[in-house]
Design a protein around this ligand. Structure first.
Ligand SMILES: [Zn+2]
Length: 267
């Protein structure tokens, strides 16, 4: 089914970012720190504009960025291949490490399983994954002004808790997990519910592309009394702070008798 994904990801404006925020920069540097010693070749799947790839290319002997968006790949200053995460044009075990940073939360079910299988096939030794931690997806929902369907502004379709990360890849086990980026405030679910369903306020996002009808942009919104009240209440009631992202390192499971006794990290 057409979901207008390329209409979204090919927009140049998405990739014309200024410098990453402090939170993002922390996450990027911590992601690079997750890469185990001894790794020489990295396949950065869903590399986007190369915000991590370009940094990796300065450190590791071989770095290849893969993405479907031609517009994103133009920003990458390393070897690139235009391909989907579910069909990686590489032979088995061709990279020491496969990186999936801020990728798998975007993948619809038709691509998700194949992406995990492909990552495990191409990775010789390690896989590193980073995702938003326990993201409350509804919080970032926008509404299409044409068909009124609601969807995540960045096209995230799944949310991950620690246990969701354990058995992702066939033949690999988790050897390390780490919270990334620092803590951020989360609105209460009741707050989001009232804002969207009673005040009818979905956040605007001009670059959003409706996955159902392809309409670009979102509804214009004027604050009513209820949404003003919610904004005030939101400032008065302290919100919980939670880690923004989580990262996991996976290592290929070796045959019995060949284990090297690596320790399993903990949070
Ligand atoms: Zn629509």
């Amino acid at each position: 089914m057409k979901d207008f994904a390329s209409d979204y990801y090919e927009q140049k404006e998405i990739w014309k970012r200024k410098h990453p925020s402090e939170l993002e920069l922390n996450r990027i540097l911590q992601t690079i720190n997750l890469i185990p010693a001894g790794v020489e070749s990295i396949l950065d799947v869903g590399c986007g504009d190369g915000v991590i790839t370009n940094r990796l290319a300065k450190i590791f002997p071989r770095v290849v960025g893969v993405d479907l968006s031609a517009s994103a790949l133009k920003q990458v200053k390393a070897e690139t291949v235009r391909a989907g995460a579910d069909r990686l044009p590489f032979s088995d075990n061709s990279f020491d490490l496969v990186l999936l940073s801020e990728v798998i939360e975007h993948l619809p079910v038709s691509i998700y399983e194949n992406c995990l299988r492909e990552g495990a096939r191409v990775a010789k030794e390690y896989i590193v994954v980073t995702v938003p931690y326990r993201e409350y997806l509804l919080q970032r929902f926008v509404r299409c002004p044409s068909c009124f369907c609601t969807y995540h502004r960045y096209r995230h379709v799944r949310s991950f808790d620690l246990e969701d990360l354990v058995d992702l890849f066939p033949g690999f086990r988790v050897v390390r997990t780490e919270f990334l980026g620092g803590k951020t405030e989360r609105p209460y679910k009741w707050e989001v519910f009232i804002r969207q369903n009673l005040a009818g306020h979905y956040n605007p996002w001009p670059l959003a592309v409706c996955p159902q009808c392809g309409q670009k942009g979102t509804e214009k919104f004027k604050r009513g009394l209820l949404s003003w009240l919610l904004a005030i209440i939101g400032r008065i009631i302290p919100r919980k702070k939670t880690y923004h992202w989580i990262g996991a390192v996976y290592r290929k499971v070796k045959q019995v008798g060949k284990e090297d006794g690596e320790q399993i990290g903990s949070i």
